[in-house]
Design a protein around this ligand. Structure first.
Ligand code: NAP
Ligand code: GLV
Length: 309
């Protein structure tokens, strides 16, 4: 029996149908209708309620419904040896890259300034930035960051990337670890954040680090909200040190109605939709992982519990 958990009940139906269609003969149950906990062999979901996985004595694998797995490690009772997999889906990767392009181009082409001028009915020409000189930096050089950089290359920007371990990427200046962070930030006009949330990356972008970006820099975050300290970002935007921010992820989701980001003139918000997981493209790898988990084979796109991503 496969157990599916999703916080949005409307969304569950499509997933249950797709899983059932591709797993003939396997029963797919939907939380909270667990039935006998001993029946559950494989769990698929997003943010299972803490403690719940420990209650399934025959559980052989956990499939995150997203690329990120910080939601999995929020459970202090996560069974120790449980194999965990995350989604790596070319459809989703392309989706993220397009969201990143939207926002890099928004800031590079001064769109927020031209929208303000339009609102004032002003035909003013701003000094045009050169794409040859524009320095774009991507934090996180994994599935998503690596793909975004590949596409950003087409625009002719000066590219850099930062990761935990040093990478070699054609025509990209690469930096790694704590010692690479300062020089990476100092040369970055448009910062794209595609990092996972781990104990090492939480609150990484605080006032001190944001102040390393050049004056007028832009921040684009689709990694996780907790990578960024909200008050520090707002202070840097208000002081004029930062030119703008595009945010898809937040410390608390949904974003509280009274949060300062909503009405901030320099902040553009999307509600965690930059790269949604789709049943149609993600279920084949989940089905394969179900088979592998039951056979005791290594899962596709496994999560390293030590690194937490
Ligand atoms: P990934 O393939 O695991 O890549 C993660 C990258 O981050 C790797 O390059 C890794 O470095 C780097 N990294 C991790 N910890 C680091 C640290 N302490 N210092 C420096 N670099 C570090 O992950 P992915 O598939 O690209 O996804 C990244 C994240 O995007 C997910 O975890 C999730 O939070 C977010 N996401 C958001 C959405 C959305 O809709 N907003 C959708 C999908 C994913 P190494 O290469 O050295 O290991
Ligand atoms: C979405 O945020 C994901 O991690 O897939």
């Amino acid at each position: 029996v496969v157990l599916l958990f999703k916080s949005d009940p409307d969304d569950t139906r499509g997933w249950t149908a797709e899983l059932a269609r591709r797993l003939p003969g396997v029963e797919v149950r939907t939380w909270p209708d667990v039935g006998d906990p001993a029946d559950i062999e494989f769990c698929v979901g997003w943010a299972f309620p803490p403690g719940s996985l420990r209650g399934f004595p025959n559980l052989k694998g956990l499939q995150s419904l997203g690329a990120g797995v910080d939601h999995v490690f929020r459970d202090p009772d996560l069974p120790e040896a449980l194999p965990i997999a995350r989604i790596v889906d070319p459809y989703m990767t392309e989706d993220m890259t397009q969201w990143v392009m939207l926002n890099v181009l928004r800031f590079h082409k001064q769109d927020p300034d031209y929208r303000r001028l339009q609102a004032e009915g002003r035909w003013d020409e701003l000094p045009p930035p050169s794409w040859r000189d524009r320095r774009v930096g991507v934090m996180g050089l994994g599935e998503l960051g690596g793909h975004a950089l590949e596409r950003l290359r087409y625009f002719g920007y000066k590219l850099a990337g930062w990761s935990r371990t040093k990478k070699r990427i054609d025509r990209v200046e690469t930096f790694a670890g704590e010692e690479g962070l300062r020089p990476f930030l100092a040369r970055t006009d448009i910062l794209v954040v595609l990092l996972p949330l781990t104990p090492e990356t939480e609150d990484l972008l605080n006032r001190e680090r944001l102040s390393r970006l050049p004056k007028g820099a832009f921040v684009i975050n689709a990694g996780r909200g907790r990578l960024l300290v909200d008050e520090d970002l707002i202070a840097m935007l208000d002081s004029g040190h930062l030119g703008g921010a595009a945010l898809d992820v937040f410390r608390q989701e949904p974003l509280a109605a009274d949060h300062a980001f909503w009405k901030h003139p320099k902040v553009v918000i999307t509600p965690h939709v930059s790269a949604l997981t789709r049943a149609e493209t993600a279920v084949p790898q989940i089905v394969e992982n179900y088979r592998r988990a039951l056979a005791g084979e290594p899962l596709l796109h496994p999560v390293d519990r030590r690194r937490r991503y």
